[in-house]
Design a protein around this ligand. Structure first.
Ligand SMILES: Cc1ncc(COP(=O)(O)O)c(C=O)c1O
Length: 496
């Protein structure tokens, strides 16, 4: 029952019946991108396994009110966490009988938290280094920059080869300094789905006596299955000498509901500086392995249930379906004149660019949206052109045959529409403005000119975003960051 009087206020004067509350949420959800159905290529990971959502929701509900603050009070949570860490360790080259038998880990709330903690552990292992630094390829996830920012660590970026999209171990070695506490690499990178030369990078880190973290948050859960299916996956995990820690997100390709990642360290001594303990106050003595203190057992129980239900055979089957979907989508891209794969797919990403000046990728993304395909535009960066990113999950497999014709159609429409032409003054502004020259008035007028900050995008997300992307694309990174903060800030206003 939908109540016409319901304004969506979070705290109504009178409490509402449960069904009405849920109806309200379902109504709001109609404006979202479709989380299921294999047409959304970012943000969500859908295996399309019947009954899995219901199982995960039931498991979540069982443990939602359990608090991870104290593992001795809720041994159920400790048991599930330890089991998840064990599963991740075994999958990623550690555990009994491996070359990393003493591996330990933590369950965190997500990939960003895992990476921040890997950086924190590396920093706090060296209290004598007063100005610590980390070495990270430019293609590494932005969470490393966030970690550096939060933890006041200098970020030394290593370039990648524009053809292979990989950093070279020699460049990594050259970037390591006496104050470097961590070297990181990706397996695979989010933007392009490319696996860095982990063994070579870990070797130069080890030679310098520096920790090496492998960010396998995104695809670390699929690479072992793809390898078992015969894909030529290079060594990337704890089996590689010199890899001191690795992270993998269960809320990505392990298909668990959001809020679960695993951070593994090769041995307990490496993990020790990750903890925060505090006894110098009159309350309970606090010991936290992760950033959050109180944390719900819900996501952990849901992940535990998901892994147990799918099992190794399930993940192998899902990886096979995903691999076939990736191959089909890549073929669709190859079949369209004017598009080029930025990298040959080697994991679960299809990433392409435009080689036709008359074909604007941002217009193409909007044309795909109109046709019900939700792709992710990536702005140009350094020598790398703008691109379109597709995170491919198992749910895409049954949709692949529909993608090719729609892509061809969308490309024709984008060509016919022509590239976005930013008004000359806007283009000039993007190219010359410095972030600190952005006034609230300027932001408001830019937002109004771009149609931002008004009513939410229509259901299905069909509003044209190409102009916004074109503006951001024309701006240097520092201005992009500032504009995005301002634009998103306009959206995040209380409703009464
Ligand atoms: C390679 C990689 N690392 C880290 C992250 C951050 O993960 P989260 O969004 O769960 O914080 C992502 C997210 O896409 C990723 O792809």
């Amino acid at each position: 029952m939908i109540d016409d009087q319901d304004t969506g206020r979070a705290l109504p004067e009178r409490g509402m019946p449960a069904e009405q509350v849920l109806d309200g949420i379902r109504g709001l959800r109609k404006g979202d991108r479709p989380t299921h159905g294999g047409r959304l290529f970012a943000y969500v990971y859908d295996p399309a396994v019947p009954g899995l959502d219901e199982l995960a929701a039931a498991a979540h509900a069982e443990s939602a009110h359990v608090n991870g603050l104290d593992p001795t009070a809720f041994p159920s949570l400790l048991a599930m966490e330890n089991a998840l860490v064990g599963a991740a360790a075994r999958l990623l080259g550690g555990g009994p009988g491996s070359t990393a038998p003493d591996v330990v880990g933590s369950v965190t709330g997500g990939g960003t938290e895992s990476l921040i903690l890997a950086v924190k552990a590396a920093r706090d292992a060296h209290p004598e280094i007063t100005a610590p630094r980390i070495v990270v390829p430019v293609t590494a996830h932005a969470a490393f920059a966030k970690a550096a920012h939060y933890l006041r660590i200098a970020l030394d970026l290593v370039p990648v080869d524009p053809a292979t999209l990989r950093p070279s171990a020699a460049d990594v070695a050259a970037a390591i300094r006496p104050d470097t506490v961590l070297v990181a690499c990706s397996a695979p990178s989010y933007a392009h789905g490319v696996i860095d030369p982990v063994a070579e990078i870990a070797a130069v880190a080890a030679a310098a006596g520096v920790r090496c973290h492998v960010d396998a948050c995104f695809g670390g859960w699929t690479l072992p299955w793809l390898r078992r299916l015969g894909a030529p996956v290079p060594p990337f995990d704890l089996a590689v000498d010199g890899v001191t820690s690795i992270s993998v997100d269960l809320h990505k390709y392990a298909y668990a509901p959001k809020g679960v990642s695993v951070l593994l360290h090769r041995d307990p001594a490496l993990r020790a500086p990750q903890y925060f303990a505090y006894a110098d106050w009159p309350g309970y003595t606090m010991v936290n392995p992760v950033i959050a203190s109180t944390r719900s057992g819900g996501p952990i129980a849901a992940a535990y249930a998901t892994l147990r239900h799918l099992g190794e055979d399930g993940y192998l089957r899902l990886a096979g379906a995903t691999r076939d979907a990736v191959a089909g989508l890549a073929d669709a891209v190859r079949g369209v004149d004017g598009l080029r794969l930025l990298a040959e797919p080697e994991s679960t990403v299809v990433c392409f660019t435009s080689v036709d000046p008359g074909l604007d990728l941002f217009v193409l993304v909007d044309e795909l949206t109109v046709r019900g395909w939700h792709t992710q535009p990536q702005l140009a960066y350094g020598e790398l052109p703008a691109s379109v990113h597709l995170t491919v999950t198992a749910s895409v497999a049954p949709r692949v045959a529909e993608f090719g014709p729609d892509l061809a159609d969308a490309v024709a429409a984008a060509r016919a529409a022509g590239p976005v032409e930013l008004p000359a003054e806007l283009a000039a502004l993007a190219a010359t403005l410095t972030p600190d020259a952005l006034t609230p008035e300027l932001v408001a007028s830019l937002a109004a000119g771009l149609g931002l900050g008004g009513p939410a995008t229509a259901p299905g997300g069909s509003a044209p975003n190409a102009t916004v992307n074109a503006l951001l694309n024309a701006a240097p990174p520092a201005l992009r960051e500032r504009l995005l903060v301002e634009f998103v800030g306009l959206l995040q206003r209380p409703t009464y």
